[in-house]
Design a protein around this ligand. Sequence first.
Ligand SMILES: Nc1ncnc2c1ncn2[C@@H]1O[C@H](COP(=O)(O)OP(=O)(O)OP(=O)(O)O)[C@@H](O)[C@H]1O
Ligand SMILES: [Mg+2]
Length: 290
Amino acid sequence: MDVVEVDGLGKTYPKGTQALKDVSFRITKGEIFCLLGRNGAGKTTLLRILATQLRPTAGAARVFGHDVLREPRAIRPRISVVPQEARPQMMLSAWDHIRLMCMIRGMAKEEALRRTKLVMEEFDLWEHKDKLTADLSGGLRQRVILAMALIADPEILFLDEPTIGLDPLGRRQVWAMVRRLTAKGVTVLLTTHYMDEAEKLADRLAIIEKGQLAFLGTVDEAKAMAGTGMRVIVESAKANGNDREVLEPKSNTEILEIVQRSLNDGRRVTFQPPTLEDAFIKLVGGSIEE
Ligand SMILES: Nc1ncnc2c1ncn2[C@@H]1O[C@H](COP(=O)(O)OP(=O)(O)OP(=O)(O)O)[C@@H](O)[C@H]1O
Ligand SMILES: [Mg+2]
């Protein structure tokens, strides 16, 4: 079932910036869909249109079959959004944030208290409940923001660069949370500049370049389309980078020849499988050197 349908979507801001042009795609229920693109490509604009925060100027978008322009009220109770660079209020506690959000979502006092405790425990925030968010680390603040987005059991979660500034473990906690949600049937649309994040998470991804769709498909399809193959790196055993050769063999026979030759010469061989980052750079029209 498609929960998001985007057809020929366009957005021109009042002062004339054309942020999106003729974008079309679908997102299926339970998918993790990643939006990639350079700074200013139009990712946040697209996410905000789908979250009914911004009006499109061309084409159409439907969420759960409801038009974002005509029926935003049918969509809003069923989604949650974590905006880019969202920050908590420094002079409120983690507990305040989550409880207030429960009440904004319409829960009665008793239910809000019960739900606040549950969500805080789920996010390992309970031990920090009385601290002002000013006294929390960046990663814990981000966890408060994510917890706020999840109090209402959204069916679609929109995350705009959710792991920015998190340490490697913090990022993995967010990834695990995203996977737990999608396993329950929640759909997640997330933007990121971290290619490894998209590579690990995305069921499908879209690359936007200057407001237009440059790619739509799976990670493997992106790599195949960009035509980057396995790289073989040959260097002396005590490598200092000076005699490093980066080869792109075209066949398995060629790989074997390189390995044999390098062993004979006493040089070290390492393999570098194609990455999404390589594909991204090719697909948005840059070169690896840039
Ligand atoms: N409120 C606004 N008014 C006018 N122009 C805007 C507005 N918001 C964004 N833009 C412009 O629209 C284009 C797309 O911006 P957007 O924020 O969607 O990009 P992005 O892909 O999210 O970039 P980043 O990776 O830096 O977050 C940019 O040229 C930006 O300057
Ligand atoms: Mg953005």
